[in-house]
Design a protein around this ligand. Structure first.
Ligand code: NDP
Length: 269
């Protein structure tokens, strides 16, 4: 296995994801969008899962345009799913569509998340707490469950959860978001352990680190975003985990960026 630095700096060989079917949640914006585009460039067929259809249509069009550069157009399908509101039937429908269209799933990236309200635990709003825990944790579990038959049908399936530094060491005011990411780390470890030895499905988590996106702006409105890396520049660990070079790696929690000094605490709402 590569060391942490090599994984962070990983540059995928051309076409390394050729023929792989990869589903990404929150594919319409931020890191999910950049990852969808990078994976399509490497030959993956994408299932673009997200809440805002116009954003999914935009990334779908951008992926389709890759083909006009002369190569074969990468294939992508849009799967609208609001992880806050989706019911069991919506998950089942998506899983059935994936199985029917592709017969398997080689990658599942749980990227979508809700920041929620930044506030001390003492003042935690219960509705916000439930929404954040549901989208960031429970929905990822529900989606994994229904897609497991497709993942098991792959010869090398890779599930990626998205964690955060506040999901490894608690920080004041990050409330439900931080707790949800701690739980995602736990889900990652438990599922990886359960699936190792009896399946070809590997399960890992990735912490993107401070990245120039809408969520980061929401958390740190006063920060100079120009100092942060763009989503497209932090994707090494995701692309390594989705490709054949990481076959057999499971139960890890990786970082996209070298550790930085802790930022100032987010302002309580
Ligand atoms: P963005 O806010 O840019 O993107 C989040 C994506 O999640 C959007 O596409 C959004 O959809 C989607 N989403 C939110 N709620 C739902 C929902 N209910 N149903 C379906 N999709 C939903 O965030 P980032 O790209 O920054 O974050 C990506 C991941 O990285 C998250 O898991 C985040 O916690 C993590 N992370 C980010 C860091 C950063 O500095 N950016 C640092 C550490 C971790 P829509 O377009 O509809 O809003």
């Amino acid at each position: 296995m590569l060391n942490q630095t090599e994984i962070r700096q990983y540059v995928a060989p051309p076409n390394q994801l050729h023929g792989r079917v990869i589903a990404i949640t929150g594919a319409g914006d931020g890191i999910g969008r950049a990852l969808a585009l990078a994976a399509a460039r490497q030959g993956a067929q994408l299932v673009l899962i997200g809440r805002t259809v116009r954003r999914l249509e935009s990334i779908h069009a951008e992926i389709a345009a890759l083909g006009s550069a002369g190569g074969q157009a990468p294939e992508a399908t849009i799967a609208p799913l609001d992880l806050e509101k989706a019911l069991a039937g919506d998950y089942d429908q998506l899983a059935a569509a994936v199985l029917q269209r592709y017969g398997r799933l080689d990658g599942l990236v749980h990227n979508a998340a809700l920041l929620g309200t930044i506030a001390p635990i003492e003042h935690a709003d219960m509705l916000n707490w439930c929404r954040v825990l549901h989208v960031n944790l429970t929905a990822a579990l529900a989606l994994t469950q229904v897609l497991l038959p497709s993942l098991r049908a792959s010869e090398d399936a890779s599930v990626i959860f998205t964690t955060s530094s506040v999901g490894r060491r608690g920080r004041a005011n990050w409330g439900a978001y931080a707790v949800s990411k701690f739980a995602v780390e736990g889900l990652n470890q438990v599922l990886a352990d359960e699936l190792s030895g009896n399946s070809l499905v590997r399960v890992n988590a990735v912490n993107p680190g401070a990245t120039r996106t809408r969520m980061r702006r929401q958390a740190f409105p006063g920060e100079d975003a120009a100092l942060l890396p763009e989503p497209a520049s932090i994707l090494g660990p995701y692309l390594w985990l989705l490709g054949p070079a990481s076959r057999g790696v499971t139960g890890q929690s990786l970082d996209c960026q070298a550790p930085r000094p802790s930022p100032p605490p987010a302002a309580p709402a």
